[in-house]
Design a protein around this ligand. Sequence first.
Ligand code: MSP
Length: 509
Amino acid sequence: MSNTYYVTTPIYYVNDAPHIGHAYTTLACDVLARFKRMDGYDVKFLTGTDEHGQKVEKSASAACMEPQQFTDNVSQNFRDLAEFMNFTHDDFIRTTEPRHKAACQAIWKRLFDAGDIYLGSYEGWYAVRDEAFYGEGELTTGPDGKRIASSGAEVEWIQEPSYFFRLSAWEDRLLQFYNDNPNFILPRTRRNEVISFVKGGLQDLSVSRTTFKWGVPVPSDDAHIVYVWLDALTNYITAIGFPETEADSFTQYWPADLHMVGKDILRFHAVYWPAFLMAAGLEPPKRIFAHGWWTNEGQKISKSVGNVIDPIELVNKYGLDQVRYFLLREVPFGNDGDFSQQAMVNRMNGELANDYGNLAQRVLSMIAKDCDRQVPAPGKFTVDDENLLAQAMALEEALRERMDALAFHECLEVIWRVIRAANAYVDAQAPWKLRKEDPKRMGTVLYVLADTIRQLAILTQPFMPDASAKLLNQLGVGDKDRTISSLSLRLIPHSALLAPQGVFPRFQE
Ligand code: MSP
């Protein structure tokens, strides 16, 4: 049984600066990748940038730059953001790399040789913003008479020679595939939307363009360049060595375990991509999860409204782990969510500073003051002690299940239940009173608490890596003892701890 886990983010368009939406998708993948790694998986976590197409070409020309130079700059901003956010991707792919051009042309050849691509001409609506073709039925007319796609993007009429992919021939096989793989598209409501879209009938898809140059040339017909979505989707197999399908990197990691995407690009991933793959004789990925959309203080985030949230500003104001926590705690993953300063501050001060921070701070300071800064030696456990330890031990399974369901908010909820139980236990046991009355019992209570905090800090690592590492350092937990399999190890009595130090500051307005 292979123990690999391959997770990908969408590759982001380099037409613009990275914003909170991009950081959100990659964050979710990062948390998952970190969890799977500490659960013993050989993880491959891929992110990158989508650099071809008309939209990027237009942005480059608006910036008076050559597309290559323009994409070099903007791609670097995405790379810098990933580092700033403490993401642990194993590879960062750019579609302008030679390895990708080769993969893209190779998949084209497979589709062409299989008879799934033919030459024709396209006449219809196209939205450059979405790099997508739309049917008449998907359009409305704006107040100024402009035609608008269901996504809100403006469309233009195009007419040009084009190669087509025989998507119409894949309708039944796609429906069969969704039926055989009920968890291929999640959440469930999104799955239903995709199925009704496919049942509504699929038309052949235009997969090449001739009116601009910025892209991968079609093999043997370089008047055409490969449609940017066929180009972009292929990144997921480029990164593991396609077209070398016999190489270990490919056989170990394909099919991908998860393509994480926003709901806006589900159709490309759940309809076109599996059809391309099946036609090319490759397996579709195991799962596509489409998450929701962020708004800012109730408003749609858009450049024209001027309310784009810069993740760097946010982190500089509130702290990195705080922002990572907030984004995954505030909204049930999959739903749309609203960013508000008030909600951010409430969670930061309430759940991080008061609940988690305070628990660690008061326990570690008591141990520093009353136990010579050493792990106290416990006596016999009472029912209350056993109860708290059992609640902490139960987190492992609870989290594994919820991580597999991509229910990040629930992971944090169940962790916080234990944090609250531990705080209630501190109040009920009142170790500060035991110091004189029954120091042995005080040692036991503080031991139970310290070990509970150890387990909590191991499990919060994927969400809040820096703060959790500080807690584990203070508890003297070695690097190799920070995995899921080390949850059941206990703190060793009399081992020395570091001086306690607060890890979750309050936000002062
Ligand atoms: N280049 C394509 C993807 C190709 S994947 C083979 C693309 N790029 S994008 O830069 O527009 O990124 C879209 C993704 O960014 C969304 O699917 C989502 O993951 C994320 N988000 C962008 N804005 C967002 C919000 N306001 N809220 C949440 N996520 C959003 O599409």
